[in-house]
Design a protein around this ligand. Structure first.
Ligand SMILES: NC(=O)c1ccc[n+]([C@@H]2O[C@H](COP(=O)([O-])OP(=O)(O)OC[C@H]3O[C@@H](n4cnc5c(N)ncnc54)[C@H](O)[C@@H]3O)[C@@H](O)[C@H]2O)c1
Ligand SMILES: O=C(O)[C@H](O)COP(=O)(O)O
Length: 600
């Protein structure tokens, strides 16, 4: 049965999106724009979650206990529903009313959760490090950002690892139980010393490093195995990085600190236990799944493993009858690694609340785990190009004749920057968004852009033209070409047979500068009418007067022509949508050979 405390009476603070850039207006809380804010956090890296239309409070479901400091932060911005111990069915039902979900390790955020959310769930916040309880693939497919709190429980977990190490070596738990049972077994509980022993730290990340530091302070010889850790970081604290086999073969104690992934799953198994020093002692504050638990029982029974201290289990809570839990040489704790007052009341709670609120506001998420990381300063510089990219995608796809099928898109960036100095992932994502959103009900953001394109069979290739000259601006132009399609505006087809639109940023404003083989210049605001005509005097006036009669404001007009009195393309920017009748009258102007109305 779920316990539920809901706090909805929070101050009527309307979230303000600072420095925000709304690219399209879609319903509240739908993720459909990119917002930028530089946090001034030095070199931290960020990704963008696109969020739009936040003119009412979002709802955050907190499904596991979160520290008060975090809840207070959330309540300043959102309606907060604290509902603990939800069954999977209850979670699936509730989730469709929530914009964000915060969990710890006790809640499985499965594919069904994302499917049940009906597209409303925008952020999952994991109040801790391990994200093995969140279906990341499903989150990404649904455009849902997953953020975690990767730093605030590091010391707590490391201290728990050391606590278990010492408690195991000195039989603290067993001796405590026996004294409480009225016994006094001074000979039975003789322990082993830590000083001078070799500790193998498996996974030399944040927690592993802190465990290593502390173990060195206890006089242990520390080695570590981590295929991805830099050797100089290990050397700096006097730890040698070794191979997996060397680590397990030489260690008196093994402490596990790697994440649970398909590669690390059951990495301690019958075979690897067989390679260990007889009498090895194992501490696990990482994840239960990295050990084959049945194999560990066999290794304990055979004496290969003298003792084990376990904070985590494949299935939590483990069955009370579990042979492993009941083994006399095993001590256990109920996944307490992160559970200190310092880590939970403030640390993790604040870290995750800030990440979730920031993501809901459309700010840059520093701790996103399922989206590409793009530095804030890069995003800030690319801001107008991001708008340009989406609008070019949107224009290009509207030029495709219905039923043609968009399969092959080529994006060409012309820039004086060295290729390594231009990160185009956000631009590619926004072009994808521009192309896919007008032709489907799928909502696209930086999280799911590549996945969505792949799923719809749209192949997006990118090409760079390296220009001479000053690399002041990141880009000179962006060109979007759609191949193997017919166009409802034949003039948009380039001499090489693709639909082609090109744009650039002028004075911070995105402009359309080429359609097919015609050069134009129209700012990408409002909507655009493209007309092909025989170049002759009075055309601008004729079209302008039809629009004027309907009070449609013309923001920009530009004519691109092959040669005087030959074919020309006129691009007309309009603030409002003209009526069908007006568009029809424009089409009936004798010199006009074809025209198209495009919404931006
Ligand atoms: N018991 C708890 O309450 C508790 C608390 C915090 C963290 N944890 C667990 O500890 C893990 C580590 O946390 P962290 O903050 O140090 O994460 P981290 O990402 O900083 O470190 C994980 C390290 O494991 C390494 N690694 C990955 N694959 C490996 C492999 N096959 N072999 C060896 N090393 C490998 C990575 O390179 C990385 O350096 C988390 O994933 C989480 O599951 C548990
Ligand atoms: O991965 C983590 O951060 C730890 O396992 C802590 O999990 P918890 O938040 O459920 O205590």
């Amino acid at each position: 049965m779920a316990t539920s405390t809901t706090s909805l009476n929070v101050p009527s603070l309307n979230p303000k999106l600072s420095s925000s850039l709304s690219i399209s207006s879609t319903p509240q809380f739908s993720v459909s724009s990119l917002n930028f804010r530089t946090h001034g956090r030095g070199t931290r890296r960020f990704i963008v979650l696109a969020t739009a239309g936040l003119d009412a409070k979002p709802t955050v479901l907190v499904a596991e206990k979160l520290g008060a400091a975090g809840l207070d932060l959330l309540k300043e911005f959102a309606n907060v529903d604290c509902s603990y111990n939800l069954s999977p069915e209850e979670l699936n039902t509730k989730i469709s009313l929530c914009d964000a979900l915060i969990v710890r390790s006790g809640t499985k955020v499965s594919r069904e959760v994302f499917e049940s959310s009906g597209g409303r769930l925008k952020v999952v916040g994991r109040a801790g490090v391990g994200i093995d309880n969140v279906d990341l693939a499903a989150a990404t497919e649904h455009g849902c950002l997953v953020v975690n709190a990767p730093t605030a429980n590091t010391v707590a977990a490391a201290e728990h690892g050391i606590a278990l190490l010492a408690a195991m070596a000195r039989n603290v738990a067993q001796a405590d139980a026996s004294v409480k049972a009225g016994k006094w077994l001074r000979n039975k509980y003789v322990g082993v010393s830590l000083v001078g022993k070799t500790l193998a730290v498996m996974g030399f990340g944040k927690v592993g490093t802190e465990v290593a530091r502390r173990a060195k302070g206890l006089g242990m010889h520390v080695i570590a195995h981590d295929p991805y850790a830099p050797a100089d970081r290990a050397r700096a604290i006097g730890v040698e990085l070794v191979t997996f086999d060397e680590a397990i073969a030489t260690a008196d104690f093994i402490s596990l600190h790697m994440p649970l992934t398909p590669t690390t799953s059951k990495m301690l198994n019958d075979e690897t236990f067989g390679k260990m020093k007889k009498g090895v002692r194992i501490v696990n504050v990482a994840r239960g799944g990295v050990i084959d638990e049945e194999a560990l029982v066999r290794a304990l029974d055979s004496g290969i493993v003298a003792q084990a201290a376990l904070d985590v289990f494949r299935k939590e809570p483990p069955s009370p009858e579990s042979k492993l839990v009941q083994h006399e040489n095993v001590i256990v704790t109920p996944h307490l690694g992160a559970s200190t007052v310092e880590a939970q009341v403030e640390g993790v709670a604040i870290e995750i609340a800030e990440a979730v609120v920031g993501a809901l506001k459309g700010e840059l998420a520093a701790t996103a785990v399922n989206a590409p990381m793009v530095p804030a300063e890069v995003l800030s510089e690319l801001k107008p190009y991001v708008i340009l990219a989406e609008k070019l995608g949107r224009l290009a796809v509207q030029l495709v004749t219905g039923g043609s099928g968009v399969k092959s898109v080529k994006v060409t960036y012309a820039s004086a920057r060295a290729p390594d100095d231009l990160d185009t992932r956000v631009l590619r994502a926004m072009i994808t968004k521009g192309i896919i959103e007008p032709i489907s009900s799928v909502f696209v953001n930086l999280v799911n852009a590549d996945f969505t394109a792949k799923q719809r069979g749209v192949r997006i290739t990118e090409e760079r033209i390296v220009l001479d000259g000053s690399p002041e601006a990141p880009l000179e132009s962006i060109q979007v070409q759609i191949a193997n399609v017919e166009s409802k505006f034949a003039s948009a087809i380039s001499d090489t047979g693709e639909i082609r639109v090109e744009g650039r940023v002028k004075d911070g404003v995105p402009h359309l500068t080429r359609v097919g083989s015609f050069e134009v210049d129209v700012s990408l605001e409002g909507s655009i009418i493209l007309c092909r005509q025989v170049d002759q005097p009075g055309m601008i006036g004729k079209v302008g007067s039809i629009l004027g009669q309907e009070n449609v404001n013309v923001s920009f007009m530009s004519v691109g022509r092959i040669a005087p009195r030959k074919q020309a393309v006129m691009a007309i920017g309009v603030d409002d949508q003209p009526s069908k009748q007006s568009l029809q009258r424009i089409g009936e102007i004798p010199a006009i050979e074809e025209f198209v109305f495009l919404k931006l």
